[in-house]
Ligand binder design. Structure first.
Ligand SMILES: [Ca+2]
Length: 256
């Protein structure tokens, strides 16, 4: 009897071990290939990028340079633009219905605009900094604040409902920046890196990393250019677009 218990324990241990090891292991890293490139305004300090009906909507940051834009993909031409008051540093951007939601970095205020006219409709507030924001009808409205947390907001009222810690191998992943919903996953730029974290929205676990350092290698970058930031997904065409702060190109990418 004693022996049988011991055997069962050993077998159970063996069965459990691979799962435990999997949780402790860092998520796999995959590279990307470039499908196509498009021009991007090299003065645009990209903080938010969204694909809607064949066009990009973009939020650019820095005090005195912050803007909301509608951009022609093929040419990078800015078709529509609204400047923010000079004191604001604009951040993430999301489309919810016919409204564009734009965060600010340290002013704890978000702006809601009419998608067509860019006319401001109202504002909302949040207690944290504002970094990235993305919306999906099924997944919801999710926001980052530069920490390891993601915040779920009520899409109608923009009130914070709950938050979740993002982890890889059991450790928090901080500096989560621009966000995008991609096929049921949350993709997040991680500030100061050329990597994108693919996050399980139910658990916060990073299921994979995308290494995009080959797109515009650091040693080739102009002094003015900053890090990779900005992810937009064309769900109907299954096209993934990325760019960076003051990068001259938008890249359509495919995972290797
Ligand atoms: Ca985005």
């Amino acid at each position: 009897m004693r022996r049988r218990v011991l055997v069962c324990g050993l077998v159970a241990g063996l069965c459990v071990m691979p799962a435990m090891q999997a949780q402790r292991q860092a998520a796999p890293v995959r590279g990307v290939t470039v499908v196509q490139t498009f021009p991007h305004d090299p003065s645009a300090f990209t903080q938010g990028l969204v694909y809607v009906d064949g066009e990009f909507y973009e939020s650019t940051g820095l005090e005195g340079q912050s803007s909301l834009r509608r951009v022609e993909i093929a040419t990078g031409k800015v078709l529509q633009r609204r400047a923010l008051e000079a004191k604001y540093f604009a951040e993430g951007l999301a489309l919810v219905g016919d409204e564009l939601l734009q965060l600010t970095w340290q002013h704890n205020i978000g702006f809601v605009y009419d998608r067509k006219t860019f006319a401001p409709k109202r504002t909302f507030t949040y207690a944290t900094e504002g970094w990235g924001i993305a919306y999906d009808v099924k997944g919801g409205l999710v926001m980052s604040d530069g920490s390891e947390k993601l915040f779920w907001l009520d899409p109608k009222t923009q009130k914070v409902l709950r938050n979740m810690t993002v982890t890889d191998a059991g450790r928090p992943v901080s500096q989560l920046n621009e966000l995008e919903w991609v096929e049921g996953e949350i993709w997040a730029n991680v500030w100061t890196t050329d990597r994108i974290a693919r996050i399980n929205p139910s658990t916060g676990v990073v299921t994979g990393w995308l290494d995009l350092s080959n797109l515009w290698p650091l040693y080739q970058r102009t002094p003015d250019a900053d890090v990779l930031n900005g992810i937009a997904y064309d769900a109907a065409g299954k096209r993934m677009f990325v760019t960076g702060k003051k990068w001259p190109k938008v890249y359509q990418i495919a995972i290797k």
